[in-house]
Structure formats: C-alpha cells, structure tokens
Design a protein around this ligand. Sequence first.
Ligand code: UDP
Length: 239
Amino acid sequence: MRINVLGVGFDNLTMQEAVNRAMELVREPGVHSVVTPNPEIVEVCRENPAAREAVNGADLVLPDGVGVIKGAAMLGTPLKEKTPGIEFAAHLMGKMAEEGLSLFLLGAKPGIAQQAAVRLAEQYPGLRIAGTHDGYFQEDGPVTQAIAASGADCVFVCLGAPRQELWIRENGPATGAHLLCGLGGSLDVFAGAVERAPRFWREHGLEWLYRLCKEPRRIGRMMKLPLFLVHVKQEKRKK
Ligand code: UDP
C-alpha cells in the first residue's frame, strides 16, 4: 500500500529495497518506470491532473527529499527513509554494472549527457552506456528510435518535472527499454557540471537552501516548499 501525501502515493521502501525492486523491474518483460517526486512536484501534481496521473502511474514512486518525509510524518503515515533520485540512480548503476546491463542517458543541455557517460563508465566498470541524447529536442520519434536502436535496458530521463514523467508515460513503450527513471537534474551532477550540496547540508535537510544560494533564480520554484507545508497542515487538520 502506498502512502498518500497530498494526492501522490509514495512507496514505503528503504533505499536498498527500492534498488532491489528496480532491479527486478529492469529484468521483467514490459516497460516500467520510477519517479522521485519532491515537495515541488507534489505541488505541481495538485494543480496538474495529467502530471499527477503520470507520477502515480509509475511502478515505483520514491520520496526525493526530506520535505516529503516530513510531510508524511506530519500526516501520521511516516515513510521509512528518503531516497533521493540521484543516490537511487548511483546505487542502481552499481547493481546494473554487476550484471553488465546497459543504460541510455537522456536529458540536460547538449554535451552534458556525453560528459556524464564518460565519467559514469569510469566510475561503474561493467555498466554499458548504450547511448546519450540531450534534452532539448522537439520531436519524440527520433529520440525513442535512437533509444530502441541502442537496445538499452534502462533509461535515465532527465528533462525536469513534470515533463520527464509525462514523457516516460507517453514514450516509454516505444523505447523498448524495461525501466525508465525520471531523475531531474542528475545528469548535470554526474557530468560534474553542477555540484551537489556538501554532506553537512544534506544531512541536515538543507540541500534546498544550498541550491537556492547557488542558483537564486530558483526562488520562484522554491516558494512551493512552504506552500507544501501549509497544505500538509491543512490536510492534517481535515484528518
Ligand atoms: N532540461 C532538459 N530539457 C528541457 C528542460 C530542462 O533536458 O526542456 C534539463 C535541464 O537541463 C536539467 C534538468 O532538465 O538538466 C532539470 O533540472 P532541475 O534542476 O530543474 O531538476 P530537479 O533536479 O530540480 O528536478
């Protein structure tokens, strides 16, 4: 049973359980998906039914950050732990490398996915990088064809939310891959173009503040965070 946080159902799994489940999905026939919503995406889902449907329709819905964990606890239905998309992706690549599975990197500005591919291939010997494509394309057809031709087992779809979740839902089957993961800005980090917050900030639930200091233009998006907490409090009162 999923844990409902303002209309988004989260799977209640530890990081290890989530990665193990994802490994089962990548081996199963058919197409599967993983999404990692943060409070900002939960807020988008409240206003955008198509985004909500795409997120809730994923096979695994993992809480990206401390905000969702706090929200679930406030609602009296705690989640086991946060499973940040980027850390989930790192663990998954470790496992995929052990089995020699292949990965396609889709998203970010031109050149970034290739740069990430070089670094990841070094970091995860055994992982096969099936191909890359930037995230600034107009037509889906050539992109799904490129993924299908690559024979990738798994695709990291990093187009920003909710575009990536909608893209996965609509185009996932045409890629022929067994697992598609929506992972926001992860390729920028894997490429070394953007740094993650240092450990202190992460461990104190302040990654959002670090990102805001680095990229002040995110302020508009980040205003969704306090709004999320207000909505959780309202929901709690209703309960
Ligand atoms: N992006 C993309 N295509 C677009 C818009 C965005 O590939 O049309 C990429 C962007 O370059 C960045 C990622 O999507 O790499 C979104 O990053 P953001 O920091 O917004 O995501 P978050 O991690 O906060 O969800």
